[in-house]
Design a protein around this ligand. Structure first.
Ligand SMILES: *Cc1c(COP(=O)(O)O)cnc(C)c1O
Length: 411
């Protein structure tokens, strides 16, 4: 053989007993078979073998199994972003003539997908009030094939009565899918919402792994998990036909961060509650929205699901678990320019989308324009969402303090 062929088909094999903390990165388009019989018989669907890079590698299988473990699920598929994971669920289970229901406070791009592609393909959609199970019940029709859930809502952070909403869906035998990015598999168990008491849970859980599981602000990935074999089969086959793949290098980053996720979640939660407690004492804010804040919409539902054994009654409930998002409504007299100047004056909080990375973030929102069911004027006024990073809470509070001074001076 010529030297360049030898270079490619080199016979050296390293010893096989290498063991170290992190999962190795396997990457492939082609995967080799030993014989034609082997090629024809090998199965990827049940994870008994490897057939093509898109259908899984040891690295992606390991992440899928660990995410199943985290969610209390049996099956998992990986997608190139959280939004792609939301899309995958719709694409796997819906056809023309079907309808979906989404909470009015759902993750914005899910609404955009329903109003764009899904509508163009003949899949209808309606919104429901996530804080009213009777409203959900009144909107279910024979065409309703999927109900989306989110706990809490993405920007306004109202925590729904997940058990009540699920009971309505079960009664009507409608498939349920939860965007579980906020809970991250840590705040509550999506497939077993009252451990030991009942088996009430969602059918499907979706994560934007981009958030806590990555934790670095540098990876985009999503997952869909389920306990049901029939749903997993349909998801995997749809996933295969659509050709959604993820990079082995990105999977490596998520696997590396996954081991510290619970610690980061807890630390960022504590920071967020310290900042929330401080915000409650500031007269510039008309409302502090965070599920653990007493009086924040759905606080009692959060408490029942995520802090059932906690007893304290402080203004910011210190038990249980919550993600590190906090939204603030400014006093009505605050102009949009003033709210913009507050955001521009922040130094540690960067202006940017996403959350759960090391750097704190701020985004101003026009909530009124995002709602389909809210009464005229209900969400008018200045509104920002803060996402806590890993900085010291006192430094974050100092940053907010100086930005409030700046805002008042700009009046
Ligand atoms: C960020 C996010 C997503 C989408 O994740 P991407 O990876 O950015 O596409 C979906 N749902 C929620 C609740 C999110 O916060």
């Amino acid at each position: 053989m010529k030297p360049i062929t030898d270079l490619i088909h080199h016979s050296y094999q390293p010893p096989g007993d290498f063991a170290s903390p992190q999962v190795p990165v396997y990457k492939a388009s082609s995967v080799f078979f030993n014989t034609v019989e082997d090629m024809r018989s090998r199965q990827w669907l049940d994870k008994s073998g490897y057939t093509y890079g898109l259908h899984g590698t040891p690295t992606t299988f390991i992440l899928e199994e660990r995410l199943s473990q985290l969610d209390g699920a049996k099956h998992c598929v990986l997608l190139p972003s959280g939004l792609a994971a939301l899309a995958q669920v719709n694409l796997a289970f819906l056809k023309a003539g079907d309808e979906i229901l989404m909470p009015d406070n759902a993750y914005g791009p899910l609404k955009t997908l329903a109003e764009g592609e899904l509508a163009a393909w003949g899949v209808g959609h309606h919104y429901y009030d996530p804080m009213d199970a009777a409203d959900l019940a009144s909107r279910i029709t024979p065409a309703t094939k999927l109900v989306w859930l989110e706990a809490p809502g993405s920007v306004t952070l109202e925590f729904p009565d997940l058990l009540g909403l699920l009971a309505v869906c079960k009664q009507n035998q409608v498939l349920t899918a939860l965007d579980n990015t906020w809970g991250a598999g840590l705040a509550f168990q999506p497939f077993d919402l009252q451990p030991g008491q009942s088996t009430l849970g969602v059918d499907i859980s979706v994560h934007a792994l981009t958030k806590y599981p990555s934790g670095g602000g540098d990876v985009l990935m999503g997952s869909v998990t389920t306990c049901r074999d029939d749903l997993a089969q349909a998801l995997k086959l749809s996933h295969m036909r659509l050709g959604f793949g993820v990079s082995g290098n990105d999977v490596e980053l998520v696997l590396r961060s996954l081991s510290s996720m619970a610690l980061r979640y807890a630390a960022q939660d504590q920071t967020c509650r310290a900042v929330a407690a401080w915000c409650l004492s500031q007269s510039d804010f008309a409302k502090v929205l965070h599920p653990a804040v007493v009086g924040s919409p759905g606080h009692d539902h959060w408490r029942r699901l995520c802090a059932a054994d906690a007893t304290d009654e402080a203004a910011v409930h210190s038990g249980g678990r919550a993600a590190s998002l906090l939204s603030l409504r400014f006093q009505p007299q605050m102009t949009r320019q003033q709210v913009d100047s507050f955001c521009n004056a922040l130094k540690l909080f960067k202006l940017g989308y996403s959350w759960a990375g090391p750097i704190s973030l701020v985004v101003p929102y026009e909530v009124q324009t995002m709602r389909r069911l809210a009464a005229e004027g209900m969400w008018q006024g200045g509104f920002v969402r803060l996402a806590m990073g890993l900085e010291d809470p006192q430094d974050l509070i100092a940053d907010l303090t100086q930005a409030l001074h700046h805002m008042r001076a700009s009046a």
